[in-house]
Design a protein around this ligand. Structure first.
Ligand code: 13P
Length: 250
């Protein structure tokens, strides 16, 4: 079964617009022949300029978060239609930093995901367990609840647009990557839950990305696993040479 392979960078709260545009100019000269789709989740302020810089390339620009409302008195928030208007094509939802630092619930993430689909933004649903949950053998239970809650109202047709990213919280920004075996076990479980919800044909088509300390040295071993279809990368996506190295190893 061939699935779309996606290498996605998540820039979190880093870079100015000029640095971002320079990055894209540099990256596009290095990854033109890549077979993987290249996604970049950039800060809101640089969506527009990076989308222009990426025009005509295989680099797709998206955002890192959005609100579930279309407009309203929500100081400091941003709507999906605003992201779309600025040139975003996808949005990360439920990233562990949103869940843990900003206390976003599964229910809130569900509402955002529903809104993103209505606003024609491709959702990348991020899920993952904490160290404590893994230690107490709750990984599968946590993943199942995160998936089933977030996808509550997603139709079979819409599900074909959704990407899932498994990011164990203990592996993010820690240098502690999950071994390919640990990651594959979680990915296979995620696909099993998706199959239960949507059947084999659809679950076989959904790209599941791994995130957590991915770098040039470990991408190949991760990508060799059957259910790992790409990566969501923080630190190693900030430097164009390192990010291009990861992409070109896929
Ligand atoms: P790192 O690659 O820096 O561990 O970050 C992973 C991540 O949070 C991507 O969304």
């Amino acid at each position: 079964m061939s699935r779309e392979q996606i290498i996605a960078g998540n820039w979190k709260m880093y870079k100015t617009t000029k640095e971002a545009v320079d990055f894209i100019e540099n990256l596009k000269s290095k990854v033109g022949s890549s077979l993987a789709s290249i996604y970049l989740a950039v800060p809101f302020t640089m969506i527009s300029e990076t989308a222009k810089a990426a025009e005509g390339t295989n680099i797709i620009i998206g955002a890192q978060n959005m609100n579930d409302a279309t407009e309203g008195a929500f100081t400091g928030e941003i709507a999906g239609i605003m992201l779309k208007d600025a040139g975003a094509e996808f949005v990360l939802l439920g990233h562990s930093e949103r869940r843990h630092i900003f206390k976003e619930s599964n229910e809130f993430i569900q509402k955002k995901l529903e809104r993103a689909l209505k606003d024609d933004l491709q959702p990348i649903l991020c899920i993952g367990e904490t160290q404590e949950e893994r230690d107490s053998e709750k990984t599968e239970e946590v993943l199942e609840t995160q998936i089933k809650t977030a996808l509550k109202n997603v139709s079979e047709k819409d599900m074909e647009k959704v990407v899932v990213a498994y990011e164990p919280v203990w592996a993010i920004g820690t240098g502690k990557t999950a071994t390919p075996e640990i990651a594959e076990k979680a990915h296979a479980y995620i696909r099993k839950v998706l199959k239960e919800l949507y059947g084999k044909t659809i679950s076989d088509k959904i790209s599941i990305l791994y995130g957590g300390s991915v770098k040039p040295a470990n991408i190949e071993a991760l990508m060799n696993e059957k259910n790992i279809d790409g990566a969501l990368i923080g630190g190693a996506s900030l430097d164009p040479d390192t990010f291009a190295e990861v992409i070109n190893k896929c």
